[in-house]
Design a protein around this ligand. Structure first.
Ligand code: C5P
Length: 317
């Protein structure tokens, strides 16, 4: 059967997949495999990419959206790697056209590339009718990248190991966020390297022998459970923030601008450079976004809420 022929009758499958913010990102020492052990509390938020899979003879990749020109369309694209991995697992050729409608900032610390990988896996699995068990999909996600499993599951979760070993977390309400999107991205490996460099410069060392094993904060988990934004604001933390600000000092001004405009708390999102602001309600989020936009300290400011669902099939045809 040709790859271009329909397997399960679907002409296309569209999957919506959320961005994330790390409400706690505690970074342990550098491991022998080049990764860092984490206590990583993910919260999915309502900025989305959509990945559409449709039959094709080979693997094709296209992207649309304001940041589409920054999306690599070659072999390095995580969505393309996801389609190849799934095809290999099922002994088939990756005959699929993947189209990414991009709304998550590229290289912004919001897991946009990971979202596309999780979206492509679910879209191809549905299009091809391969019915991969959830556990296997999650294992494939982990093979593709540390943040990819969370993009599949969404909601809120604690990530241990390098971030891929997930425990779902209970949340008691909706949190209102503003994201200040910077011009240009930051490389995740470069930010981790800078974190190690800063730790060494402080004289404490940066390896697993010297950095304590990171633990999830009980206060933070309780704040998520209760849905109390003020309590969550007091418990937010990101060990990569100093490194991101060191590489991009202007982020300090962005963080201050949002705090001055009434945000309950401000932090760098993941490895940055997107900055995240937790607010008390939707009105306050609009005020903070307007102040950030007017300040010129960011390219654009977006309001949204979390938690949001993980990768979901939203259309088939
Ligand atoms: O897993 P992923 O491919 O997203 O990781 C990208 C890079 O980020 C890794 O190659 C590594 O340099 C860094 N990283 C890390 N520790 C983690 C996750 C990522 O050092 N837990």
């Amino acid at each position: 059967m040709s790859d271009a022929e329909r397997v399960n009758g679907a002409g296309y499958v569209t999957v919506r997949v959320p961005a994330k913010v790390n409400v706690q990102l505690s970074v342990g020492g550098l491991r022998a495999d080049g990764f860092h052990g984490l206590a990583n509390v993910f919260l999915a938020v309502g900025l989305h990419d959509e990945v559409t899979a449709s039959p094709a003879d080979g693997l094709q990749l296209t992207a649309e959206g304001a940041d589409a020109s920054q999306v690599p369309l070659d072999e390095s694209n995580l969505a393309a790697r996801a389609a190849r991995l799934l095809a290999r697992r099922h002994g088939r050729t990756p005959g699929v056209r993947l189209h990414i409608a991009k709304d998550i900032p590229v290289a912004g610390g919001m897991a946009g590339g990971s979202a596309d990988a999780a979206g492509a896996l679910l879209a191809c699995d549905t299009l091809w009718g391969t019915r991969t068990p959830r556990e296997e999909l999650l294992a494939m996600c982990a093979e593709l990248g540390s943040d990819v499993p969370f993009s599949l599951v969404g909601g809120a979760a604690l990530g241990r190991g390098r971030g891929e070993l997930l425990t779902p977390l209970e949340t008691g309400g909706t949190f209102h966020w503003v994201f200040a999107v910077a011009d240009g991205g930051l490389s995740t490996p470069a930010v981790y390297r800078e974190c190690d460099r800063l730790r060494e410069a402080e004289g404490g060392g940066a390896t697993v022998e010297t950095v304590p094993e990171p633990e999830a904060s009980e206060d933070l988990l309780a704040a998520l459970r209760s849905g109390d934004a003020r309590a969550l604001a007091g418990a937010l933390s990101n060990d990569l923030q100093a490194a991101a600000v060191s590489l991009r000092p202007s982020l300090a001004d962005t963080l201050k601008t949002g705090e001055a405009a009434g945000a309950l708390a401000a932090l760098v999102s993941g490895s940055g450079p997107t900055c995240a602001f937790l607010t008390g309600d939707a009105g306050s989020a609009r005020d903070v976004a307007a102040a950030l936009q007017a300040s010129g300290h960011c390219r654009t400011a977006r309001t949204t809420t979390g938690p949001a669902p993980g990768a979901t099939v939203v259309r088939t045809g």
